[in-house]
Each structure stands twice: as structure tokens, then as C-alpha cells.
Ligand binder design. Structure first.
Ligand code: SF4
Length: 364
């Protein structure tokens, strides 16, 4: 089982971000951490599964102070045998930690830090509302390495308004030159309830599939040439640095999400915690859980999800998951050089990898 912990705090809110997050304001952080620990203590044994990976996401978990991180890990270590986990990831933003704090990450057992850099172009960072500079981003990678973090991921983003092909190329080259172990390169999406979505609706921003495909292919070309394995639509790893936690999601493993807004899927039941930090803390204290939505997933819905996620990976999906019309379509994809079939699996290739969402929609 994969364990996800949602830490909803950010210094400020980026205009494209749809995750549940907020500035800490007057949130009593120790009470929040105690609620997370209490939820873990209750739900991990209840799940009947053994934890394999731990992922602290958000939000900006690296914003937690050393004392708060120590409190959280001390609590977790009473519930989970942390050294047995295959991977412990912490999401971090540049300039939210120094060498001392990065050494604490390592001392707490964190094996992987995922750094939200997004771009090395100052005007693109400004459009994204990011607080850090390209220099701070580079220096944060060096700090993590100096602290001995075994695996470092850099998150990048493309198809951002005002980002030229040269800006994207420069960002890719700077990222490669820092020699991270893993790079995630995401196409900007306009999610509802974000400032970017409102700008799109007002016609101040626009989407362009041709630009998306061009930037996607630029990333594939530069990163695979630099020795990264393109193992999922948006993810590239050096040998031995594929994200175990994320691979677990794509392979349909059970996951337990703790914290406000966190989603879980356990034994084909999907549930979601209340997306409100104050209510989360209050519910955990009063009734012991914060689940406000539950849904049973039947076999057809699970199959659809597995197809959509599996097609994103370089393992593809077993042909046995496809019905007769989808199988026929799969053979067309092969004849159009968008996919190949290997060991009875359909695997997207070349342009097919950029078209994963429409292809998945056709096959399900
Ligand atoms: S993108 Fe990251 S830093 Fe920005 S608001 Fe969202 S969670 Fe916070």
C-alpha cells in the first residue's frame, strides 16, 4: 500500500494550482500534525495492508519547520517501520530549506526530494507566480545533493503563456546540467477554480495543442538523449531512480491518503477527506476520521482507470483488457505508428505518447 500525506501549506498561492492549499495563517501547526498522526494511527492498521512507500505532498511540505517535521516523523515512526519502506518522498520548493534542514530530511529517512522548479526563465516564473529565482532553484539542487539525498526530482512545466520554444529549451538544458536523478515535465493544464482558468475563459490566455505537442516532443528528445528513461508520459528517470510511489499509482495499487482533501482507494472503495484544514483537525479530534465522500468502484470503472493510467507508461496495457472494437482500434494505432505490441501489451510510441488522453478515450 502507498501512503500519501497532504500538507496543505504554501507561502503563497500559484495562479494555476488546483490542489487544496492555503497560507498557514493562524493554523495551529502542532495540532494539525497531531491530527495527521492520529489519522495514520487509526487508518493504517484498519486498511489491512502493509505500507510500501510514503509520499509527503501538498502544498509545500518543505515549509514545515524542523521541529514540526521531527514531531511528524516521531509520530509516524510509532506506526510505520520507516526504514522498511521502499521510498520516502518529500515535495519541496526551492528556497524553503537550507543545508541544515536538508540534512534533517536525510536524518528523518527521506530518500527522495521532489523539487518544484517549473522553469529556469525569470519571466515564466513570474507568470506562474513562483517566488524563487533560477539561481535559488539551482542552489537548492546542490544543497540536497550536499545533504546526501539519494534521489532528486525536478518538476518542470511547459506550454506556459509567454514561454517561447527557446525558453523551454533553455529550461530543459539547465535542468539536465544540474544532473538530477529524475525529471517530471508537465504540460500546463487549466484547472477549474484557478486564476489561470478564469483568464482562459476571458480569452486572456489560450490553449494550443500544436504547441503542447511540439514542447512535449522537445522534452522527449532532450531528456532521452541525456540518458533519462521516458517511463511515463510526464516522467523521466535515470536508471534506478523511477518513482516507486508513482509507479504504484499507475499500476493500480491501493493507496491511503491522509490529511485534508486526501483521496484513498482501498479494496475498490474510494474515499476523500474533507478539503478544509480546520474541519479536518476538528473531525479527527471529535469522531476519529475526516472522510466526507465514499464511492464503491465496480470492475468496469476500475478497468477504465487502469487503461487510462497504463497507457501513460512504457509498460502499456495487456491486450486482454480491451474489448473487440478497442482491439481493432489498437491494431489501427499500430498501423499508424502510434503504438506497438510487445508481449501481448499495447504500448504507445512516438506521437502516440503525446496523444495518450484522446487515445485512452477511444479505447475505453
Ligand atoms: S503549485 Fe505548489 S507551491 Fe504553488 S500553490 Fe500549488 S502546491 Fe503551493
Amino acid at each position: 500500500m502507498l501512503i500519501y500525506l497532504h500538507i496543505p501549506f504554501c507561502h503563497r498561492v500559484c495562479p494555476y494550482c488546483s490542489f487544496y492549499k492555503h497560507t498557514p495563517g493562524s493554523t495551529p501547526i502542532p495540532a494539525f500534525i497531531d491530527a495527521l498522526i492520529a489519522e495514520a494511527r487509526q487508518r493504517i492498521p484498519q486498511s489491512g495492508n502493509t505500507p510500501r512507500t510514503l509520499y509527503l505532498g501538498g502544498g509545500t511540505p518543505s515549509m514545515l519547520s524542523p521541529a514540526h517535521l521531527q514531531r511528524l516523523f516521531a509520530g509516524l515512526s510509532e506506526i510505520i517501520h520507516l526504514p522498511s519502506l521502499e521510498e520516502i518522498t518529500l515535495e519541496a520548493n526551492p528556497a524553503t530549506f537550507d543545508l541544515e534542514k536538508a540534512r534533517l530530511f536525510r536524518a528523518l529517512g527521506i530518500t527522495r526530494v521532489s523539487l518544484g522548479i517549473q522553469s529556469f526563465t525569470p519571466h515564466v516564473l513570474a507568470t506562474l507566480g513562483r517566488e524563487h529565482t533560477p539561481q535559488q532553484a539551482a542552489s537548492s539542487v546542490h544543497t540536497l545533493r550536499q545533504a546526501g539525498i539519494p534521489s532528486i526530482n525536478i518538476d518542470l512545466m511547459f506550454s506556459i503563456p509567454g514561454q517561447s520554444p527557446d525558453d523551454w529549451l533553455n529550461t530543459l538544458q539547465q535542468a539536465i546540467s544540474l544532473q538530477p536523478d529524475h525529471i517530471s515535465a508537465y504540460n500546463l493544464t487549466y484547472e477549474e477554480d484557478t486564476a489561470f482558468f478564469d483568464s482562459l475563459r476571458r480569452g486572456e490566455m489560450s490553449e494550443n495543442e500544436d504547441i503542447d505537442a511540439r514542447y512535449f516532443h522537445l522534452a522527449v528528445e532532450k531528456l532521452t538523449t541525456a540518458g533519462f528513461d521516458h517511463y511515463e508520459t510526464s516522467n523521466y528517470a535515470r536508471p534506478g531512480h523511477h518513482s516507486r510511489h508513482n509507479q504504484g499509482y499507475w499500476q493500480g495499487h491501493d493507496y491511503l491518503g491522509l490529511g485534508p482533501s486526501a483521496v484513498s482507494t482501498l479494496h475498490a472503495i474510494r474515499s476523500r477527506n474533507v478539503p478544509d484544514t480546520a474541519q479536518y483537525v476538528q473531525r479527527i479530534a471529535s469522531i476519529g476520521n475526516a472522510i466526507t465522500e465514499t464511492e464503491s468502484l465496480d470492475a468496469p470503472s476500475l478497468r477504465i482507470e487502469r487503461i487510462a493510467l497504463g497507457l501513460r507508461t512504457n509498460q502499456g496495457i495487456p491486450l486482454a483488457w480491451l474489448d473487440a472494437p478497442a482491439l481493432q482500434r489498437a491494431h489501427h494505432l499500430v498501423s499508424e505508428s502510434l503504438a506497438h505490441i510487445q508481449n501481448h501489451h499495447l504500448i504507445l510510441i512516438h506521437r502516440g505518447r503525446a496523444l495518450v488522453d484522446p487515445i485512452a478515450a477511444e479505447l475505453i
